[in-house]
Design a binder for this molecule. Structure first.
Ligand code: FAD
Length: 454
């Protein structure tokens, strides 16, 4: 049986996955969570009276098997498996990225007749042909320096748009930050993309039954200098344990919210510094009725010189509610993060009215601001130029079999996703339980040897 006291820091999907796995193995871990809710960057909220996910929305790939990873052959994305096991309804948005219905608008007003798909196809082809020449330091922007195109305003805007449209939302980052070498090299589950009409939070909720979660406990210190690990919270509590799993986001680690004693090993700290804490924010707008192309999945906007409001998702298509979900990434999200709600709304409405001149005023809105969220400071993690695919595993590695790490940032194969975070939590729990299975096995052998010696 498990004879360890274990604390898990964070009740996001990785922390809950770890705690559940440990509970099944006979432990009784305590989860300390800074917020007053479960789910972390899975945040199901409302716009008006409608459910809307302001953190993760999609199960990325509900099919069986993950690209390049044998252990997932013939297995579903684990998040989809949880949804199935618990009868949680999901809805397909598109069967694969190429099958999404899209409209393209531009800064001159209305829809564009420009041949977008040729441009973006060339872009993807160019990456395929040039990626192998990228060094660890090369940014995606640098790799595209010599992308062949006639130099005019339309093409420059198309190039900006393509960066955002093809890679920006996958990695929540701009091309001058992204590592050209690693873009598109992680694994992914096959199949259709699904969302949760009644909210993604049902996933962490459904697997948290019986787990001891203590809310509003912001951890500020972890002392692992002695035999026991001592954890302190902002409110002054101390928790002693044998092992701790730290699942706070990369952004929280980067901001040194938790003081480690002794400090984290320097190679782990440099992996934390090197990876990118990507930013992507959402603005949900509810209208009294639909005024946009109701059959489209995406309304894409090619802006004049910057990337603002590149993508807008038509929620109406999946829920029959007149809601648009507008996205911003990277530097744009960072500058919006500093603005008031009214400034953000004015900018969004001005863009929508460039697309649809007769767009009426919204009736309700909800805005995320993950960059200013002290329990995240980011949306999801990307491989930044200069860092490598080994940095996530380097962060995940345990310190002295006492301090373990999990979270989306610790899993290169599925970095930045809910399933990646979930799997990292299972991995951390297994690393601990393998320890005590080995201990039990070793003490069994010693008992046998002692018996034999009599
Ligand atoms: C806007 C947005 C859209 C996204 N879209 C998708 C998507 O469509 N599909 C997808 O697969 N993924 C998506 N993601 C990414 C996905 O949400 C994350 O990868 C995943 O939820 C991360 O889980 P986690 O357990 O690693 O971290 P978190 O969910 O952040 O959990 C960490 C927990 O630690 C807590 N915490 C932080 N600091 C402390 C502290 N000091 N003390 C105690 N507790 C603390 C936090 O409150 C949080 O609950 C999106 C994310 C965002 C923000």
């Amino acid at each position: 049986d498990c004879d360890y006291e274990i604390v898990v820091i964070g009740a996001g999907i990785s922390g809950i996955a770890a705690a559940k796995q440990l509970k099944e193995a006979g432990c009784n871990p305590t989860v300390l969570e800074a917020r007053n809710r479960i789910g972390g960057r899975i945040w199901t909220s409302t716009v008006g009276t409608n459910t809307i996910d302001m953190g993760a929305s999609w199960i990325h790939g509900i099919g069986k098997g993950a690209e390049g990873l044998k252990k997932w052959n013939n297995k579903f994305n684990p998040i989809y498996q949880i949804a199935k096991d618990n009868n949680i309804a999901t809805v397909a948005t598109w069967q694969d990225e190429d099958s999404a219905e899209e409209a393209f608008f531009w800064w001159q007003g209305g829809k564009t007749t420009y041949d977008i798909s040729s441009f973006t196809d060339n872009f993807e082809e160019y990456l395929k042909n040039h990626q192998s020449s990228a060094s660890q330091q090369t940014t995606l922007e640098q790799l595209f320096t010599n992308f062949p195109m006639t130099d005019n305003q339309v093409n420059r805007n198309m190039k900006n748009f393509s960066f955002s449209y093809l890679y920006g939302s996958d990695y929540a980052a701009d091309p001058d930050q992204l590592s050209a070498k690693y873009v598109g090299t992680e694994s992914y589950f096959k199949g259709a993309e699904h969302i949760f009409p009644s909210g993604y939070v049902q996933i962490p909720e459904s697997i948290s039954t019986g787990i001891n979660i203590v809310y509003q406990k912001k951890v500020v210190g972890i002392d692992y200098s002695g035999n026991k690990v001592s954890i302190t919270t902002q409110s002054g509590d101390t928790y002693e344990c044998d092992k701790v799993i730290v699942t706070v986001p990369l952004g929280v680690l980067k901001n040194n919210v938790i003081t480690f004693t002794p400090p984290l090993p320097s190679d782990k700290q440099s992996s934390i510094n090197g990876l990118g804490a990507g930013l992507m924010d959402k603005l949900a707008l509810e209208f009294s009725s639909v005024f946009w192309d109701e059959d489209m999945d995406w309304l894409n906007y090619i802006s004049d010189g910057d990337l603002k409001w590149t993508q807008t998702l038509n929620i109406y298509k999946y829920t029959q509610k007149p809601i648009l979900l507008m996205f911003n990434i990277g530097k744009d999200a960072q500058s919006f993060a500093q603005m008031t709600d009214q400034q953000v709304l004015d900018s969004a409405m001005a863009t929508l009215r460039t697309m649809y001149p007769n767009a009426p005023d919204y009736v309700n809105y909800k805005r995320s601001n993950w960059g200013q969220d002290e329990f995240a400071y980011q949306s999801y993690t990307f491989i930044k130029a200069g860092s490598t695919d080994e940095d996530p595993a380097n962060i995940a590695s345990d310190i002295d079999k006492k301090v373990y790490f999990a979270g989306e940032h610790t899993n290169f194969d599925f970095i930045g996703t809910v399933h990646g975070a979930y799997i990292s939590g299972l991995d951390a729990a297994r690393a601990i339980s393998q320890g005590w299975i080995f201990k039990a096995f070793a003490s069994g052998i010693i008992s046998c040897l002692m018996l034999l010696s009599f």
